[in-house]
Design a protein around this ligand. Structure first.
Ligand code: FEO
Length: 169
């Protein structure tokens, strides 16, 4: 069993992961409208990853005998200023999520739940990659934004990204 406190925190995180999925799907739609199919694809893969993050937590709570309480998902923005702005928002959002995951780990430590700590380590490591991916794209976009041709080439490259669910551990 997980404690009621951890159960509540994990349910809150499930909601934040679904919100992240929603946010990136909304960004994907915006990129589609702008005919940036590669960036739209990148955001669609983000959407799938976030759904996976939510469901991995969902299954863990169930496995530990906890109760799932799904909450309302906030409406994400649907208009964005620019490609650069979107990736600034993405990096900012991932940093926020990293903070939430760290808080969740702190609760698992306080509750002396070693199994939860081991489970949450996956999310701690995943956030390093999430922030690094968003930051790398943001820095590249900042570098090339004055050059529409390079931005176009970058968009083309991003059409190849696909989602592969991690193997179960
Ligand atoms: Fe689920 Fe992008 O963190």
């Amino acid at each position: 069993m997980i404690t009621k406190k951890l159960e509540k925190e994990m349910n809150d995180q499930i909601n934040r992961e679904f919100y992240s999925a929603y946010l990136y799907l909304s960004m994907s739609a915006w990129f589609k409208e702008q005919n940036f199919d590669g960036f739209a694809n990148w955001m669609n893969v983000q959407y799938q990853e976030e759904s996976f993050h939510a469901m991995k937590l969902f299954e863990y709570v169930v496995e530990r005998g906890g109760k799932i309480v799904l909450q309302q998902i906030d409406q994400p923005d649907n208009e964005f200023e620019s490609v650069t702005k979107i990736f600034e928002l993405t990096l900012e959002h991932e940093r926020f999520i990293t903070g939430c995951i760290n808080n969740l780990m702190n609760v698992a430590i306080e509750e002396k739940d070693h199994a939860a700590k081991s489970f949450l380590q996956w999310y701690i490591d995943e956030q390093v990659e999430e922030e690094a991916n968003a930051d790398k794209l943001l820095q590249t976009i900042k570098m090339v934004k004055a050059n529409p041709h390079t931005l176009y080439m970058m968009d083309k490259e991003l059409t190849t990204r696909s989602f592969t669910p991690p193997a179960p551990v």
